[in-house]
Structures are given as structure tokens and as C-alpha cells.
Ligand binder design. Sequence first.
Ligand code: ASP
Length: 416
Amino acid sequence: MRKVSLNTQILLGAVIGIALGSGLSGLGPASEITQSGMYVAKLIGTLFIDLLRMILIPLVFTSIVVGVSNLRAHQKMSRVWQLTLLYFFATMSLALVLGLTAANLFQPGGGMQMAMFQDAMQSFQVVQMSLGDFFAQFLRSLFQNPIAALAQGNVLAVVIFAILLGIALVIGGERYRNILALMQEFLEVILMLVGWIMRLAPLGIMALLLQLVVAQDVQLLSTMVQFVALVMGITLLHGIVVLPSILYLATGMTPLKFWRGSREALITAVATSSSAATLPVTLRCAEQHLHVKRDVAGFVIPLGATMNMDGTALYEAIAALFVANLVGIELTFAQQLIVFLTAMLAAIGAPGIPSAGMVTMVVVLQSVGLPVEAIAILMPVDRLLDTFRTMVNVEGDMVGSLVVQKWTSPPLSGDN
Ligand code: ASP
């Protein structure tokens, strides 16, 4: 019998997970079968995420050090840097414009009132955070004792330290070749472990999706249906039309080819709702299936997983306008511009973990004087929306690595 590829197994796992989940929901939450099913699914799903998290920090660290030091020539390095940041800001801006335009057109929450959600809001504790505080906190999280950052799993601080170390290795050249060789070997062995973990991915994804389907509160969803549909629709529009068009225009790669190469990562993103947990899979897809060179992928993807979040930016903008409609405030153009800027900052600052975007949402709401307690209204539907926005966040990183590789490819292939 022909061996079924891992890619297909993952897709099958996802389909079976959703089907089993729907079956169990049909039996009702009180049924013994549902409860035991959920118990097992939770155990398997959590173990899978634990495995990905286990490998995340060593992978980010080594892949960035090796990536940066492979971009040897100084010029090449700064070109990759600049293009990566340009791509991140440009695509997040596009996502935000799309979100704001759609929210202005469809006015989600127009007919509803805040009072409907009084109960939810009363049980909610607000953490006040001004824009200045948020920005300062973000800046301070960039530089940390590397050992502490590695131990605490602070991805952004690890990324920054690894970039600096990579640059030092480049400048030191021959003198530090042993450290570089060690890092290269370390990266290879970590990638081997990633390969082993991925064999479990079909099962892990099946378990995570099963849980997600069973835990969905359909009744609550129906009260928020307009908002949920708008966020999902626009997120998918960005993921299915905007990003693939950018990819096609910049590199000539067709959406189908991209989908085939990126499928493992996209499905893992949906199942885990975490760009960080998905990172090992994203990096693998970019290098092995989409053929992005290790030095470019090793730099763009880990940085993108913490900074580049199109789905989150788009969500925060729509959600802010939704809350404004609920309280009956119409935001002026200038206020929407503030939403644009703070939502971008909030998306960059959000770590790649489940519901991170909800937490940084506080900053966006406060910046235009909207009630922060409204987050309590968004919370119940966040689990569902997080799946799609994380998928688009991860997709953006892979598209970015392909685009940056293309734009830098003549000088890169010149000296390789
Ligand atoms: N879960 C998202 C991610 O990991 C972040 C968010 O909550 O928006 O990409």
C-alpha cells in the first residue's frame, strides 16, 4: 500500500476531528461519551502543544543565529531586514484598511446595545493600560537577560538576542567559526526533533479540533452572528484573496501551489490558535515545501511569528468599531486613524499565543475612550475567531518569507 503523506494525514486528522466533535456535540455535554471523549482529546491536544512549545525556544534561537550569520555580507543583511519590515508594515496596513472599511460599510453591532451584555461586563476585571504604558512595556520586553528569556519562553527577547549574537558572529568572522558550526549542528538536530513531533501532528490536530467544536457555545454565537461573520469574512478575504495576490504578483507562485506547501502550518495554526506554537511547523513548511532558503526563512519566520499579525490587526480594528457601535458612538476619521495606529501596535505587541489579541485590545479601546469592559462581550466568541486570525497571521509569515526571498534573490544567489 502506498504510504499516505504527512500532509494528507494532517488534513484527514482535521476532518475527522471536526466530524467527531460535531457528533459528540450532538450527544450533548452531559453525556458520558462526550465527557470521556473530551477528556482524552484534551490530554492528547495538550501534549501535542507541549511538545511544540518544548522545541520552540531552542528552534527560534538557533534558526535566527544561523539565519543571520548566513546572511554574511553586510549589505545583504540590511536588505533582508528592510524588506522584511517593509513587508510586515505594508501587509498589516492593508489588513487594517480592509477591516476599517468593512466595519464602516457593515456597521456591526448597530442594532444592539451595551446594556444587553450587562451581566458579562459586571464579572469582568479591567486591567488599565494606557498607550504610553503599553509602548514602554513592549520596549522593555525586547531586551532581557537571554538566559531568563530562554527559560521564560519570551520569544521576542530571544529573537532580539539571537539577532545580536548572529550579527556578532558575522562581524567576528573566522574567529568564531566554532560557535557558528555548533549552532548549525544544533539547528539540524532540533529540526530532526521537529520532524519526530510532526509525526504526531495528525493526532494532535484531530484532538484539538474535536475539543474546539464541542466547546463552542452555539447560542451565544447566534447573538453575535453579524460581528462574527464580518470578522471571519474579512479575515478570509485577506487570507484567500489579498495575501495570495501579493504572493502571485511578487513571486509568480500560484495560490494552489502555496496551499499545498503551507497546508501543514495553516491547519496547525487553526488547531492551536498560536503562531508561536505553530512556528516549528511554519519553518518546516517554508524551508522544505516552499523552498525558502534557510537563512531567509530562519530570519523572517520567527520574527514574523511575534511581530507580523495581519489577522490580529484586522480583528482589533473591526472589534473597536463594533464596541463603538454598541455604545452608540460614531468614531470620526481622526479617531479611526488612532484605531489604525494603535491596532497595528497592539498586533505587533501581541505574543503569538491564544487570545493574545484580546488582551492587547485594551490599548485600542482606551486610545479612543471606549469602555474597556466591552472585552467581556468579545471573550466568548474569541476562541472561534482566534483560529482564523492565527491562520492568517501564520500565512502572512510564510508569504513574507517567499516575497523577501524573491526580492533579495539576485544578490543572494550571486554569492552562494
Ligand atoms: N492567537 C494569535 C496568534 O498566535 C494572536 C492573537 O490572539 O491575535 O497569532
